[in-house]
Design a protein around this ligand. Structure first.
Ligand code: ZN
Length: 230
């Protein structure tokens, strides 16, 4: 086992996705240095916090939290870049597991029935080979045992949200996301929306609104992996 591990390390050296330095066998996901400096989101309440205040004029969201909070120039954003643009879907699975374990400590999963990833356009999913929000949700599912349901679809290929700011971003998100017909067994349930990054909240709010419009009896919580601020 250790010989195989040593050989694997030699042939396939693992680099820290944040700082790019070589990782040791004992290090998982990040190098020890970056793990110590991890910008964890400080949870005061999952029912009254910054994330909820960012969306509550657009959607009635029950609970919200995240694993990381950093400004947009932080090297920790490399974590997202790696699994979003460089094909590191295994990293998304492990980060999903990690986030699920962290938020479990303050009761985020209590009463939750299923995970719903924020969708991509079909062509972007095809180009990338996966939807990173769905892969994060699959990692969370391994910890929570909750099913992953693709109940949303992105209806129009409008301008990418990453290129827009403020009001333009909210307007762009509105009407893009629609819920499929909610199967009876999921009607009135508590669903957790999963995304990679929350910036203004316009995307995740539009998704929450789409679910609540389709079934006003359901409850929706939100769990982006990271919150970025200017
Ligand atoms: Zn590092």
């Amino acid at each position: 086992m250790s010989l195989m591990t040593d050989l694997k390390e030699l042939l396939l050296p693992r680099l820290c996705p944040v700082c790019g330095k070589l990782m040791m066998q004992t290090e998982d996901i990040l190098c020890a240095y970056c793990a110590i400096g991890l910008p964890r989101y400080r949870v005061v309440s999952i029912k009254d916090n910054l994330l909820l205040r960012m969306v509550w004029d657009r959607a009635d969201v029950k609970c919200a939290t995240t694993l990381l909070a950093y400004n947009q120039h932080s090297p920790y954003h490399n974590l997202i870049t790696e699994f979003k643009y460089h094909g590191a879907s295994d990293l998304a699975i492990r980060l999903g597991r990690w986030a699920a374990l962290e938020v479990k400590e303050y009761g985020f999963w209590e009463g939750a029935d299923a995970l719903v990833p924020v969708p991509l356009t079909w062509w972007k999913r095809w180009l990338r080979g996966y939807n990173q929000a769905e892969v994060l949700a699959r990692g969370m599912s391994e910890v929570t045992g909750l099913p992953v349901l693709n109940l949303l679809r992105r209806t129009k290929n409008r301008t990418s949200q990453t290129k827009l700011k403020g009001e333009a971003r909210i307007k762009n998100a509105e009407g893009i996301y629609k819920a499929i017909r909610i199967p009876d067994e999921w009607s009135g349930k508590h669903l957790v929306l999963v995304d990679d990054v929350m910036t203004t909240g316009s995307t995740i709010a539009a998704c929450a609104k789409a679910l609540l419009d389709a079934d006003p009896g359901m409850e929706v919580s939100i769990l982006p992996l990271a919150l970025t601020r200017d």
